[in-house]
Design a protein around this ligand. Structure first.
Ligand code: CS2
Ligand code: MG
Length: 411
C-alpha cells in the first residue's frame, strides 16, 4: 500500500457534561482518525503536549506506520513514561489505528487478530449513602442487564467516601463524577478504621440480598496500608468478590507481597500506571490478578496490547479502566482490544451522560451485561464539531482526602 501522509493534527477540547480532549488526525486523502487524550483534572497539559510538541512532528509522516510512530514519539521525547506523555502517545496511536481500519475497510478488532469472543463482559457501578440506597442502585443495574457490579457505600459517621453517586438527589440516575467543575479541589474526610469494620457487613448483606450469581467488585481507591489491605481482603473472602481494586497505593509494588500472603481475594491494580515497565513487577511476581489499565493512559492500543500479552504469560487477565473520564473514543478503542486479546477478564463500563452522545456518535452496543465495539470500519466513532462548539472547556479538579485530624491522605 502507498503511504498516507498526515495533513493535519487537531486537538479538540469540549465539555459535554465533563471535559474531553480528542485528537483528530487527517491524511492527505482526507481519511480521519480519532484518539482520546483526556487526563482527568490535568487535561490541558496533554492538549499542549500534543498541539505544541507532537503535532508539528507528525505532519507529512506516514499515518500507516503505527509501530514506528509509537517508537519515535516514545524515544524522541527522551523524558520517558509518565501520564502526560503516555496519554499523548496513546491519542496518536489510537487515531492511527482508526485510520488504518478505515483504509482497510475493517473494524479495528479485525486488524488486531479478529474476535476471540462474542462480546466483552462489562461491570457497572452501584453506590449508596446507605444500604437502602445501595440496594436501589444495584436493582437498577440488574434491571439494565448487568451481571457484574461494583459496590461503593458511604461509611456511617463519615461524609462523602469514595465512589458515591449523587443519584438520589438527581432522581436516581447513577451520576458519579469526582472531578468538580465548581471551584477548586474539594476535600473529603476519611477514617480507615470505620471503613474496615463496616465494609464486610455490606458485602454480607449484598450476597444475602442478591444471591451468589452476580459478580461483585469493590474499589478501595489506594487508601490502605499493606496490613490493612490484607485484613480487608481476608474479611471479604466469604463473599466471593470478582476483584478488590487498588487496595494500596501502587508506588511500592512489593507491598502487595504481604497482602498476597494473607488473602485469596483477587486483586486488580493499575489505573494510575502507564507502561509495561510499571506493570512488570506486579505481573512477573503474580502480585495482581487483573491489569487495571486503559488504552487512553497507557500508550494506546499498541502498548496496552503489549502489556496484556505479557500478563497472559503469568495468567494475569485484563480489566480495562473505563470510567466516564475515558471518552467514548477511548471506550471504543478498549472494546476493540477486549474482543481481540486472549486473556480478557472484564471491562469497566460507566455510561457517559447523554450530552456526551451529542458530540461523540458511537457504534458500540450493550446487551445482556456485555459490550461489542460494532463493525464500522476503524473505531466506529464520529465527532460532531458543531455540537462540540456548544460545550466550552471548564476547569475541573479531582478531590483529595483528609484524615479526621486534618492530615492529607490518598484519595
Ligand atoms: C476509578 C476512577 O473507575 C475507577 O475505578 O478509580 O473513577 C478514578 O477515580 C477516575 O478515573 C479518576 O479520574
Ligand atoms: Mg479504580
Amino acid at each position: 500500500m502507498t503511504a498516507s501522509p498526515i495533513r493535519s493534527v487537531e486537538v479538540l477540547i469540549a465539555s459535554p457534561s465533563r471535559n474531553f480532549v480528542t485528537l483528530r488526525i487527517t491524511t492527505e486523502d482526507g481519511v480521519t482518525g480519532l484518539g482520546d487524550a483526556t487526563l482527568n483534572g490535568r487535561e490541558l497539559a496533554v492538549a499542549s503536549y500534543l498541539r505544541d510538541h507532537v503535532a508539528p512532528l507528525l505532519i507529512g509522516t506516514d499515518a500507516q506506520r503505527i509501530e514506528d510512530t509509537w517508537q519515535f514519539l516514545y524515544r524522541s521525547a527522551y523524558w520517558r513514561r509518565g501520564p502526560v506523555t503516555m496519554t499523548a502517545i496513546a491519542a496518536v496511536d489510537v487515531a492511527l489505528w482508526d485510520i488504518k481500519g478505515k483504509l482497510a475497510g475493517m473494524p479495528v478488532y479485525q486488524l488486531l487478530g479478529g474476535a476471540a469472543r462474542e462480546s466483552a463482559l462489562v461491570y457497572a457501578h452501584a453506590s449508596g449513602a446507605d444500604l437502602d440506597d445501595l440496594g436501589d442502585s444495584v436493582r437498577a443495574r440488574l434491571a439494565e442487564g448487568y451481571r457484574a457490579i461494583r459496590l461503593q457505600i458511604a461509611i456511617p459517621g463519615m461524609e462523602g467516601g469514595y465512589g458515591i453517586s449523587s443519584g438520589r438527589a438527581n432522581g436516581g440516575r447513577y451520576m458519579y463524577e469526582p472531578a468538580q467543575r465548581a471551584g477548586l479541589t474539594v476535600e473529603h474526610g476519611w477514617d480507615t478504621r470505620r471503613y474496615l469494620s463496616h465494609l464486610p457487613s455490606v458485602f454480607e448483606w449484598a450476597r444475602a440480598e442478591f444471591g451468589p450469581e452476580v459478580m461483585l467488585l469493590h474499589d478501595a481507591h489506594h487508601r490502605l496500608t499493606p496490613i490493612e489491605a490484607a485484613r480487608l481482603g481476608k474479611s471479604l473472602e466469604p463473599f466471593d468478590l470478582f476483584w478488590l481494586e487498588d487496595v494500596t497505593p501502587v508506588d511500592n509494588p512489593e507491598a502487595l507481597r504481604l497482602v498476597r500472603r494473607h488473602t485469596t481475594t483477587p486483586l486488580a491494580i493499575g489505573e494510575v500506571l502507564n507502561s509495561v515497565w510499571d506493570f512488570r513487577p506486579l505481573i512477573q511476581e503474580q502480585l495482581i490478578d487483573y491489569v487495571r489499565a486503559s488504552v487512553t493512559h497507557t500508550g494506546g492500543i499498541t502498548h496496552l496490547k503489549r502489556i496484556f500479552e505479557f500478563a497472559a504469560l503469568y495468567q494475569v487477565r485484563s480489566g480495562s479502566h473505563g470510567p466516564t473520564d475515558i471518552s467514548p473514543v477511548g471506550m471504543a478503542a478498549a472494546l476493540h482490544l477486549d474482543l481481540a486479546i486472549h486473556n480478557f477478564g472484564i471491562q469497566e463500563h460507566m455510561a457517559h451522560a447523554p450530552l456526551a452522545g451529542e458530540v461523540f456518535r458511537t457504534s458500540y452496543r450493550f446487551e445482556a451485561g456485555a459490550m461489542h465495539p460494532g463493525d464500522a470500519p476503524g473505531l466506529g466513532v464520529e465527532y460532531d464539531d458543531d455540537a462540540a462548539a456548544r460545550f466550552a472547556y471548564e476547569p475541573a479538579y479531582l478531590p483529595v482526602a483528609r484524615l479526621l485530624d486534618g492530615t492529607i491522605h490518598d484519595w
